[in-house]
Design a protein around this ligand. Structure first.
Ligand SMILES: [Fe+2]
Length: 396
């Protein structure tokens, strides 16, 4: 279905597919234009020609697979057939990972102001010299995990083609929307209220949007001494994406990942308990610059017992996926969708209480067993962070 060998990524080892900030990119704006090792920052726009038409085993040249499905009562290709008999599911968004150049300020904003709980303070497993901070609800549930890699002093980035440019969150009511408008503005954060949505950016320019959610999926809520629970953020709604090739992104969402089209450019992946959306937008003409205030990747939530099969499914589509990687708190498979956005499939569990008590998540530096050897160095060199217990409901 997708032939990535034509897109210049064939042969790259796993860490190059996942990518990380080049050291120089942390402080050098020009280097920041190509921060993903071995890969361009804003991936070249894919074209229809990147689809391996031979792999489809159909003689219709430019005819799209979806059109073939409509015209034929027979699936056009093997993987597509497997989809019809597959029980593979994704439970919406698992986590969304971003970049910050200022971890202390990041904690102040997301925990102190937005009321998220720091559910895990750990290191980037692909670069254990830097933080990986996870913000979430009380339990650190998939569906409400906003994570940040800290690269101290990283220059501001800019979303472009092949990047996620906005994170969408659920709020319970119009009253909560008004509460957040007042709270954000009182803290000096500009907001933009349009109907049932409130937009704002974090101190490094990462774009967020609160939306009133009226569905029946469970609310994922964290507790904060200044935020009434009935106004608290309830988890992810989804993301808005600048696809480098909307046609191919839609094909991957539809045929490989099982998303459903809700409207023009608007796709949703629903599981048995949760759903998440992916809105495709026309990218700006300026190329993207990964850096502080940008999204690194999004992870969709996979049942643990289906994860290997998901890896096989993505690989069999022609997209280049990593093997299953054990991240200790969950397992991960990474791949770039054909529009250039880095996707991950992450397992629902084992979760963040694996190595900490639920009542004290995020209060100390947590290191998976394989990373304990770096603790002494990490604790001596990582940026000191604010004491997050000051914002807990039982804090004085
Ligand atoms: Fe991730």
């Amino acid at each position: 279905m997708f032939d990535q060998s034509r897109r210049g990524v064939k042969g790259h080892p796993q860490h190059q597919l996942i990518g990380h900030l080049d050291r120089d990119a942390r402080t050098t704006p020009h280097a920041a234009a190509t921060p993903w090792t071995g890969m361009p920052a804003a991936r070249p726009t894919a074209t229809r020609n990147t689809v391996d038409r031979d792999a489809r085993s159909v003689p219709h040249g430019n005819t799209r697979l979806r059109e073939l499905k409509v015209r034929s009562d027979r699936p056009a290709w093997g993987t597509n057939y497997l989809w019809f008999v597959s029980d593979l599911r994704l439970e919406g968004v698992h986590h969304i990972s971003c970049i910050t150049g200022d971890a202390p300020g990041n904690v102040e904003f997301y925990v102190g102001l937005l009321g998220m709980r720091l559910v895990k303070k750990t290191v980037n497993q692909d670069d254990p010299t830097v933080y990986h901070l996870f913000y979430g609800d009380e339990k650190g549930s998939p569906g409400f995990d906003l994570t940040f890699f800290e690269y101290p002093g990283a220059r501001p980035g800019r979303a472009g083609a092949g990047m996620i440019h906005r994170v969408l969150w659920r709020l319970p009511s119009a009253e909560s929307l008004a509460f957040w408008k007042e709270r954000l503005e009182a803290a000096g954060t500009e907001t933009s209220l349009e109907g049932k949505s409130l937009r704002f950016t974090d101190p490094e320019g990462l774009d967020h949007e609160f939306e009133i959610y009226s569905g029946d999926e469970s609310a994922l809520v964290s507790r904060h001494k200044e935020i009434p629970p009935e106004f608290a953020i309830q988890g992810f709604q989804g993301v808005r994406v600048f696809s480098g090739n909307q046609d191919l992104t839609e094909e991957a969402l539809d045929e490989v990942l099982g998303f459903e089209k809700l409207g023009e450019g608007l796709w949703q992946r629903a599981g048995e308990e949760r759903s998440g959306t992916c809105q495709l937008d026309l990218p700006p003409t300026e190329r993207g610059i990964p850096g502080a205030g940008t999204v690194h990747h999004i992870a969709w939530a996979s049942p643990i017992d289906q994860h290997e099969r998901w890896q096989e499914r993505v690989t069999s589509s022609g997209l280049r996926a990593t093997p299953v990687i054990d991240r200790f708190y969950f397992k991960a498979v990474y791949f770039r969708e054909p529009g250039g956005v880095l996707f991950e499939l992450a397992t629902i569990g084992p979760g963040f209480t694996t190595d900490e008590e639920a009542g004290h998540l995020g209060e100390r530096l947590s290191l998976p067993p394989d990373f304990e050897s770096v603790r002494e160095h990490a604790e001596a060199t990582l940026t000191p962070l604010p004491d997050v217990t000051q914002w807990r409901p039982d804090a004085g």
